[in-house]
Write a protein that binds this ligand. Structure first.
Ligand SMILES: C[S@@+](CC[C@H](N)C(=O)[O-])C[C@H]1O[C@@H](n2cnc3c(N)ncnc32)[C@H](O)[C@@H]1O
Length: 247
């Protein structure tokens, strides 16, 4: 009967919700415990391999090796001195980023959940990175953004603003956070790559932010669109001015 179909559907949804909840909770502690006990401490590549080993058999929220390699390519090309990550989780993508930064490179990584932030920070330290190279900010992305200005003070040879932003926290928050980053003038005006991760393999989940980017061709362009990651280039300084300066 219709009633029975409805009850069954409701039960399936409730079960899926409970599984998501349980797996989500278990994931952080068990990922951390596995990586911490199985990796070679002080070796970033071993940490990443151990995360990948865990993710091959257990549910995991880490970007994993496939998106990770696409991320590596961008980091190698951009060679950023200031990186912002929204959604640190257990530190997998943070370690991937940190191991490719130039010596003066710094990472700020934001994580909403305090336990996750604590365990993720430990993994980054176990990988061999120092607090002089990275900073974990434990709060929501929208709370963190107005506090980030001190992190982008230019040192010798570095530019003002983040050169790379990785968004892997909550796609519904991507546009709001991009607008806040613009408002706070945190994106490097001479060029900033904003990487939007979309795990459901459909860029449609990015509809709003992509519409916004397309409507502002003077400062944004979509550089690459992969199945699971879109790279947006922000540039505010006019290239004409640069050309004039060169002449
Ligand atoms: C998909 S995971 C990130 C995975 C990570 N980039 C990696 O590859 O290891 C998303 C993380 O973002 C966090 N998160 C969700 N919404 C957030 C928000 N608004 N601000 C900051 N962190 C958020 C979640 O707690 C979760 O740990």
């Amino acid at each position: 009967s219709r009633y029975r179909v409805k009850v069954t559907a409701l039960c399936h949804r409730a079960l899926a919700w409970v599984l998501r909840l349980v797996r989500g909770r278990v994931c952080v502690r068990s990922t951390h415990a596995f990586v911490f006990s199985q990796c070679t401490h002080g070796n970033a590549d071993s940490i990443l391999e151990t995360f990948d080993l865990y993710g091959a058999t257990q549910p995991s929220l880490c970007i994993g090796p496939k998106i990770g390699e696409a991320l590596d390519e961008v980091v190698r090309r951009v060679c950023p001195s200031r990186v912002l990550e929204l959604g640190m989780h257990c530190g997998y993508s943070s370690v991937r980023l940190l191991r490719l930064l130039p010596p003066a490179g710094r990472l700020v990584t934001v994580e909403l959940d305090p336990l996750t932030a604590e365990l993720g920070e430990e993994i980054i330290l176990v990988s061999g990175f120092k607090h002089s190279q990275f900073q974990v900010v434990t709060c929501s992305s929208n709370e963190s953004i107005p506090t980030l200005r001190p992190f982008i003070k230019p040192d010798q040879g570095t530019s003002e603003g983040f050169n790379l932003v990785l968004m892997d926290h909550n796609p519904q928050q991507y546009l709001t956070d991009l607008l806040a980053l613009e408002k706070e003038e945190l994106l490097c005006p001479s060029g900033c790559s904003v990487l939007l991760i979309h795990r459901d393999r459909r860029a449609e989940s990015l509809g709003e932010i992509v519409d916004y980017i397309r409507a502002k061709p003077d400062c944004y362009c979509i550089k690459t669109e992969l199945q699971f990651m879109t790279e947006v280039l922000f540039q505010k300084e006019s290239t004409e001015v640069n050309m004039d300066q060169k002449v």
